[in-house]
Design a protein around this ligand. Sequence first.
Ligand SMILES: [Mg+2]
Length: 371
Amino acid sequence: MIEIEKITLYHLSMNLKKPFKNSIETLQERKFLIVEAIDTSGVTGWGEVSAFSSPWYTEETIETCLHMLKDFFIPNVVGREFNHPSDVPDSLARYKGNRMAKAGLESAVWDLYAKKKGISLAEALGGTRDKIPAGVVVGLAPLDDMLKEIERYQKEGYQRIKIKIQPGHDVELVKAIRSRFPNIPLMADANSSYGLKDISRLKELDEYHLMMIEQPLQADDIVDHRHLQKHLKTAICLDESICSADDARRAIELGSCKIINIKPSRVGGLTEALKIHDLCREHQMQVWCGGMLETGISRAQNVALASLPQFTIPGDISSSSRYWDEDIVTPDIRIDNGFISVSKQPGLGVEVNQDIMRKYVTKMDVFTQHG
Ligand SMILES: [Mg+2]
């Protein structure tokens, strides 16, 4: 039994090693809300809200998450008893949407639960692997820089390279990368930048044996992707379109994709991620675990999740040093010969380093049962 006594939200602002460009802004400063949940027996669990500062990936932002957590979700959880972390999403089900805010809170309870049981998060989730293959994302940049970066990541042992594509930066870019690296496992993420009118353009990508094209069409679409998949040899992977196990079921039924990217934060937490995993396993749909430029808290959580059997493709799970000069957890997440080992320590298997975290904390909010 878990009874949450106190929740602390740490507002963090960290500097990315390299700026990250999305469709709205170029990010240098990455903000997070880190969730610390303590139960009445004194055990602590950690979670992370990994929404971005602007709504380019989903409609949520770090500010909307703060609003939801403070005014609805945390008051609903503090002082309440839970048998299992999967009871948390049930208790929040009457609040619509806002999945990233929910996921941050639920993940702290998962860590707490596993620690109380003295088992690793991977074991609590049903993981079966002791190491997972690492993949990495190369941002859009001048071609020579991208080629150098790919070469460096290959040397570091990453087992899959992902690039971002958009109209105007697609076929020629993939062709140039393929002519230099004919055989690397390569995939392209379009983040919804195409429409059905672009079918012939996307078909041109078929000759470069990409592992998949991720999320070519709109985030709220499952039907048009079905039409597109019929025209493409390359597998479509859905990311933004899959917000729940029900979405995954619809995509499977319609044939809208051949692969699903599971991000716990996008689907409302680990409980829903597990449901999607199990459904995909039943239907032999391949899955992998995506990333959100996160701290080691989410990174450790994603490693645990990716140790489940249906995660057959290397995810966007890279070393802490890819993004941060110093991560807020110890040990930080590292690549060894292209793999990241799955911790056997209780819970996430990493400790939040309070001395390091304090450097990045801009504000704290504390919630207890009696205010
Ligand atoms: Mg994506």
